[in-house]
Design a protein around this ligand. Sequence first.
Ligand code: GDP
Length: 297
Amino acid sequence: MAFESLSDRLQGAVEKMGKKGKIQEADLKEMMREVRLALLEADVNFKVVKDFVKRVNERALNSEVLQSLSPAQQVVKIVNDELTDLMGGEQVGLNYADNGVTVIMMAGLQGAGKTTTVGKLANLIREQDKRKPLLVAGDVYRPAAINQLQTIGQQLDLPVFSLGTDANPVEIAKQAVAKAEAEGYDTVFIDTAGRLQIDEALMTELKNIKQTVNPDEILLTVDAMSGQEAANVAKTFNEDLDITGVVLTKIDGDSRGGAALSIVSVTGQPIKFTGTGEKLSEIEKFYPDRMANRILG
Ligand code: GDP
């Protein structure tokens, strides 16, 4: 499960303080030192940690925590609230177009889980929101990527639109939206090319697709296991593309949690979903409050 070590560290700090009846300012300071270390060890962005600790401290000192009969519980509540806020506060759902076809453009580095997430998300919204999705093979540089999307489409019994590897991704996206309009699909997922690193050619292509099909959502998939680097990647994509949300993949393999805790404040964009395994059913809506509860155990 994600966040094991962070959970252990935070719970340890809380227990230590909970053993004391009344606490002093020094106890609070000691606890905040542990919280700070726990977050840094979880690979949370340094500035995010600094601001977080400052906010918790201010709230704890301003409230009646030190005088109260259960100071440890009160501090836990403050930490819980602030962790929830740090991860965005509320669950944010997909933005569907009011009329016509909803266009969801996927972006992300190679291997982040983009193609898998296209299938997972399309399947999820077909079940939960009764949508009729069309998957679009827009990564023309790796023939394997098209095959992969087609296989996923077959597994899920979802249609895949492809023009092979010779077509221009902008043209593919345009034609896919026209096909959806003509044939009654209400949600188009455009899989796009990824690279091992962010480069200008990639960004230019993504910008061109964006300009042409004017997506209702630009979802960035980032690998949770890359920790705060995931937040840096998200920041760059957001600056270039104005993403509308993040899908944090491979959270099942992430024992630290630095990505989830850094991304929202670094990018200002919500984490909308998490990938929780390799299976096509393993995707969940992201609830900041539930995640905070899990971290604090
Ligand atoms: P893309 O290059 O961004 O399109 O990435 P892929 O969709 O091909 O995914 C790369 C690898 O990550 C594949 O082996 C996927 O099965 C795996 N993967 C994707 N999402 C998850 C996830 O949430 N959890 C786990 N454990 N593996 C995932």
